[in-house]
Design a binder for this molecule. Structure first.
Ligand SMILES: NC(=O)c1ccc[n+]([C@@H]2O[C@H](COP(=O)([O-])OP(=O)(O)OC[C@H]3O[C@@H](n4cnc5c(N)ncnc54)[C@H](OP(=O)(O)O)[C@@H]3O)[C@@H](O)[C@H]2O)c1
Length: 326
């Protein structure tokens, strides 16, 4: 027998043609099943679009706002949430009669519990939760502690404390917010929906490191792993995480460490189009896609895997992309 990896003499053997054929057939079957399964938006038959109850946390601008408009256009009941009330009320007017809004901080436990009670009272439950809210961080970590590039002096205690305080703000927006949202809404989703789903808007930065984005990457990676673990603990809920590359919009202005130049820089017009990313998000929700979705898949999913095989290539490319001279 030589189909195993060890021969009777104990030496290593190569698999036979039959074994290779078997593995290939299993892989092909698996892929075919994924394609057929991904092609059928079964959830839309369980919950028709006009009956879907959708909560969007972080909807006053950018991606969340565009997602809200997409759901409103297909007749869903939509609740838009963020801290800027003026923007939300304007969005609700644009979305029409089925849209309600709530000005709330998603990292505030009391606010999220009140929001859940309001939705249970007004809608009788919830089907889809989008966690879009998040904050950026754009400085090199040592700069937060007062140590600039090329400076070989040590960080002072106040410098280190400043870095820690900045990290706490990033953690509040990118870790505690998603955690509190999950704690507040998971039981209600499970109890009240025929097809409960949660979509976390994470980031490519959560799986491919980048200079000047260390705190952002670390906090987005934390909530990504949190939701991936919750998906295992709550198999009745479909969890998807979307990991976009840089998108158009004003996200940098929200940076917890933004200086005047960053705030004045204005919106990024060169990133991914919001409509394109919204398409991927809504598709993932409709098709009950589980797991993580890097957007766009090429070249970034490749970069994600390449990092584990050959980190120096990705590190070099990342320095180049961010124009970062170490
Ligand atoms: N822009 C990018 O290049 C990029 C790339 C990959 C991933 N992402 C992720 O995509 C998501 C959306 O980003 P975006 O580009 O659409 O940025 P954005 O326009 O700044 O939107 C962020 C939204 O989150 C809300 N928000 C922030 N903190 C909140 C809090 N504590 N409570 C409630 N709402 C809060 C903001 O509203 P208020 O300020 O009114 O509260 C805003 O509506 C984020 O999670 C981000 O990490 C962005």
């Amino acid at each position: 027998m030589s189909s195993g990896l060890l021969s009777s003499s104990g030496s290593v053997c190569l698999p036979t043609g039959a074994a290779i054929l078997g593995v290939t057939a299993v892989a092909a079957l698996f892929l075919a099943q994924r394609v057929v399964w991904a092609g059928s938006p079964r959830r839309l038959r369980t919950i028709p679009p006009a009956e879907e109850r959708v909560l969007i946390l972080g909807a006053s601008s950018g991606l969340g706002r565009t997602i809200a408009k997409r759901y409103a256009a297909r007749g869903a009941r939509v609740c838009v949430v963020a801290r800027r009330a003026d923007r939300l009320s304007q969005l609700a007017d644009e979305c029409g009669a089925h849209c309600i809004w709530e000005s709330a901080d998603f990292a505030d436990v009391g606010a999220m519990v009140r929001l859940r009670d309001k939705l249970l009272a007004e809608w009788g439950g919830l089907d889809s939760l989008y966690v879009c809210a998040g904050v950026s961080a754009v400085q090199p970590v040592m700069a937060l502690a007062g140590v600039g590039s090329g400076d070989d002096g040590d960080a002072t205690s106040s410098g280190i404390q400043n870095a820690v305080d900045t990290a706490a703000r990033a953690t509040r927006g990118n870790v505690y917010g998603p955690l509190i949202a999950a704690l507040a809404f998971i039981p209600a989703l499970t109890r009240t929906s025929a097809a409960p789903s949660i979509l976390l808007v994470s980031s490519l930065a959560a799986v491919v490191p980048a200079p000047t984005r260390a705190l952002y990457a670390a906090t987005k990676a934390s909530s990504l792993l949190l939701y991936q673990s919750l998906a295992i603990e709550h198999p009745d809920i479909v969890f998807a995480s979307v990991l976009p590359a840089t998108m158009e919009g004003d996200f940098r202005a929200s940076a917890v460490d933004a200086d005047t130049a960053t705030r004045a820089a204005g919106p990024n017009r060169r990133g991914l189009k919001l409509d394109y990313v919204v398409e991927r998000c809504v598709e993932a929700m409709d098709r009950e896609t589980r797991g993580s979705l890097v957007v766009p898949w090429f070249p970034y999913a490749v970069a994600h895997h390449l990092y584990y095989l050959w980190p120096s290539v990705i590190e070099r490319q990342a320095r180049k992309k961010y124009d970062f001279g170490a």
